[in-house]
Design a binder for this molecule. Sequence first.
Ligand SMILES: Cc1ncc(COP(=O)(O)O)c(C=O)c1O
Length: 423
Amino acid sequence: MFDFRQNADAHRILDRDSATLLPVYARYPVVMDHGNGVYLFDSSGNRYLDLMGGLGVNALGHAHPRMVAAMADQAGKLVHLSPQYASRYPGELAERLCALSGLKGVFYSTGGSEAVEGALKLARTHARQSFAHPKHGIVALRNSYHGRTYGSLSVTGQEKYRLDFGPGLPHVTFVDRNNLEQLRTAVTEATAAILIEPILGEGGVNLIDDTFLAEARRLADQHNALLIFDEIQCGLGRTGDWFAYTRSGVQPDVLILGKPLGGGIPLSALLVNEKLFDAFGAGKHGSTLGGSPMACRLGLEFLHVVEDEGLLAQVVDTGAYLFDQLRKLAASSPIAVEARGRGLLLGLEITEPGRPIAEAALAQGLLLNVVQGNVLRFLPSFLLERKHVDVAIELIRKIINIVGIPEHGQASNPSKTKSYGLV
Ligand SMILES: Cc1ncc(COP(=O)(O)O)c(C=O)c1O
């Protein structure tokens, strides 16, 4: 077990962070130094198997040699360029993304929330240009997560995130996932867009049925609304297909991508179909840092590496294996409820708070992520192999068996993190 108290330098860094960085994140008491493949190393040299994957960004793990080479080469040539000037990679990446998705055009921005903002603006301007009657409504899912900016927060179906910041965007209606009746009632001629996260990631890793996606498509067509899929978390190979919607056969009008796209350099993309290609037009939208030559070059390299290394197949194989192990764990552990998800976007719901489990795992060299308080969410690199799964499952099994004994409580002892002001 790692003893984080031994490293005075790490203490200094954590104390300085506590004093200078707004306490927005419930951080863990560790200072990371570098990464390699599926592992991260802290400033004391301890190694961690990374199943959090930078919240889904580090799909190629850490310091992938091809990404490092592309980044170094591009750094010496052109990092940023005013979006008014052309360079090689933005169009090349857009062409590739369109070929993969069947969509027609791309607008780049930096983070996921910014791309969601773009999608909402696009839906509104499209409705305004095309229809005379008021058509402002957005239908979104309860328990969804779309980001922290005002528009994206307003369509996030979790009141806890919106509560302190209201009022948000009006004309937003939430429906329960997979509830066809609620969806049919909510979508009307006043609906500009239906916004769906095909797998609710932050919401606890819950799948959306193909029938629900198909009904959303039918209703969008019937009422002249746009169908928008937010695949910031579940897209770009995470499920073993290029997109989570691929298997459903349901084609969105708008697709939002982010997280792993820029290989760790901020990059998100709004993809639209042919009829929306000109909806923004010159001067209606923008992003100074969106779609830089560096980010787009890395985006292309990311897609090439996934293809060249057969990583979609690996995601399917390792994901199925991890899912199976989690299901067995759920069947055998008194505190594990259910395993959910697809590919390498998986969740294990437990009856206890997840944080003490993640802290105990950290101290033993395993990085876990917790959402909704009691769901362990797995967003590892696509490079993960079965042998890594075996190590992780063995450790999780041990930890949840200990946490499952009520009087134990060692892992949840708050004094362990107190000196860093952590939650
Ligand atoms: C589905 C989904 N949409 C939007 C976002 C927001 O992205 P960002 O945090 O990059 O703004 C996230 C982030 O987790 C997400 O998972």
